[in-house]
Write a protein that binds this ligand. Sequence first.
Ligand SMILES: NC(=O)C1=CN([C@@H]2O[C@H](COP(=O)(O)OP(=O)(O)OC[C@H]3O[C@@H](n4cnc5c(N)ncnc54)[C@H](O)[C@@H]3O)[C@@H](O)[C@H]2O)C=CC1
Ligand SMILES: O=C(O)[C@H]1O[C@H](OP(=O)(O)OP(=O)(O)OC[C@H]2O[C@@H](n3ccc(=O)[nH]c3=O)[C@H](O)[C@@H]2O)[C@H](O)[C@@H](O)[C@@H]1O
Length: 463
Amino acid sequence: MEVKNICCIGAGYVGGPTMAVIAEKCTNIKITVVDLNEARIAAWNDEDVNNIPIYEPRLNEIVGNRRNKNLFFSTNVDKAIDEADLIFISVNTPTKTYGTGKGMAADLKHIELCARQIAKVAKTDKIIVEKSTLPVRTAEALKSILDNTGNGAKFQILSNPEFLAEGTAVEDLLSPDRVLIGGDSSQEGQKAIEALVNVYANWVPRERILTTNVWSSELSKLVANAFLAQRVSSINAISELCEKTEANVNEVAKAIGMDSRIGPKFLKASVGFGGSCFQKDILNLVYISKAFGLNEVADYWEQVIIMNDHQKRRFSKNIVQTLYNTVSGKKITFLGWAFKKDTNDTRESAAIYVADDLINEQAYIALYDPKVSQKQVLTDLDYLDTRKSDENEKHITSYNNPYEACKNAHAIAILTEWDEFKEYDWEKIYDSMLKPAFVFDGRNILNGEVLKNIGFVYQSIGS
Ligand SMILES: NC(=O)C1=CN([C@@H]2O[C@H](COP(=O)(O)OP(=O)(O)OC[C@H]3O[C@@H](n4cnc5c(N)ncnc54)[C@H](O)[C@@H]3O)[C@@H](O)[C@H]2O)C=CC1
Ligand SMILES: O=C(O)[C@H]1O[C@H](OP(=O)(O)OP(=O)(O)OC[C@H]2O[C@@H](n3ccc(=O)[nH]c3=O)[C@H](O)[C@@H]2O)[C@H](O)[C@@H](O)[C@@H]1O
C-alpha cells in the first residue's frame, strides 16, 4: 500500500516539525496537521513564517517551502481524518494531575479522545500511528476503542516513537540515528509497517529503519529517555562530589567519555535537566514498574528524578548561602529561562524551580532569554501554585536587553546555555553590577578564568 494522504493530530513540538520534514521529503504525499487549539493553528498559518508557534532552527524555512503545497494546518479534525489513509497521533501525554497515578502515570485522555474521534469519523480502513510517547501496551487500549466504537472500518495500529530533541529537531528528523516502527506480526500488520517504512525510506537509509513488535517499540521510547536522563543525573551526582574534592567535573566527564564504551555525549553537568519529557517518561516507567510489583526496578529509576530535584535545589541554595545567607530584596539576574538553548520551550525548565526557591527567599529576579516572553515566565511560575500570581509578577521582570537586566544586580545566574551569553561584554556587565559581583554558571559555559580576572566571584557546577 502506498501512503498518499497523512493526517497528524496534534500540531505541537513533535507534530509540527515532524510533518514539515515528511512534507519536505515526500512531496507526493498530502499532509494535514490538525489541532483543537485555534490560536496555535492560526500561528502555523501566519503569513509571516517567522511567526510560527515553535522556534527551531530552519523550521520556518521548511514550513515556508511546503505550506499550502503539500503541508496544511487546520482545525478541521474530522475532514483530515476522513481523507487520510495514515493518521499520526501526536497529542500531549502529560503526567496525570488527578486520581489514580496522580503525579506519576501518563494522562491518556487526549489519546483516547483521538481514538474515539477517528472511530466515529472513519469510513475507510486506516493505519493509526502512535507518535506520542505512551506507556507500554497502550496500543491494546487503542485497538479496543477503535474496534468497539467504529463503523466497520479496519485499523492497523503502529508504534513509531519520536526521538528528536528540541533545538535540533530539524537536523534530527533529517538524519535520525534510527527510525523505530513497531507493529503486529499478522500479514495486515506487516503490510502497515511496510507502508510506513516506505514513507521514511524517501530519505532515511533502510538500515536505520528498525522494525519490532508494538510493545518493544512503545517501551524503547521510555527506556531511551530514561537512559539519557540517567546519564545527566549520574554526572550531576559526580559534580557534587567534585565540588568537595577539587576534582573538576568537566575533566572527569572528558576522561570517562573517551572510553568508547561510555561515550562523550550527555555528560554535561548542569543545573538539572528540564523539558517536557525526561521527568514525565521516567515517572511513567516507575509507575508501570510498580504496577507490575517491580519495586526495585521502580526505585532504581526514581533515583534519577530524585537526583535531578536535588541538583536544582542545591543550585538555588548555594546562591543564597554565597550571598551571605540572604537574597531578600536583592536583584538577581537570570540569563536564560528555556530548558535548553535554541528552543522557546520552557516546560519543566530548571529555571522555574530555581526562581521559585529564590522568590521564596524574597529575591527580585531580572530575566533575559532571547526566545521566552514575560507572559510565559509568569505562566510557568503560576503553574507551580506556590504563591499568588501578583506576587510572582512583583518578583520577576523580563528584559529585552541583557545589559539592562544585569544592571545593579548582586548576582547573575546562567540557567540556559544560549551561545550569545558567551559573547557578551562581561567587563561592561561587571562595571554595572553591585560588588562583589557574583556569577553562578549553571551550564558551565563561561570562561571562569576570564571572569575572575575581570573581578567576578565565579562559581560553576562541579569544580
Ligand atoms: N517535545 C518533544 O521534544 C518530544 C515529545 N514527544 C512526545 O510527543 C507527544 C507530543 O508532545 P509535544 O508535541 O511536545 O506536545 P504539545 O503539547 O506541544 O502538542 C500537542 C498538541 O496536541 C493538541 N491536542 C491535544 N488533544 C487533541 C485532540 N483531541 N485533537 C486535536 N489536537 C489535540 C494540543 O492542543 C497540542 O497543541 C508527547 O507524547 C511527548 O511525550 C516525543 C519526542 C520529543
Ligand atoms: O522525548 C523527548 O521529548 C525527547 O527528550 C530528549 O530531548 P529534549 O528534552 O528535547 O532535549 P535534550 O537535549 O535531551 O535535553 C534535555 C535536558 O537535559 C539537559 N542536559 C542534556 C545533556 C547533558 O549532557 N546535560 C544536560 O543537562 C538539557 O539541558 C535539557 O534540560 C531526548 O534527547 C530526545 O531523544 C527525546 O525525543
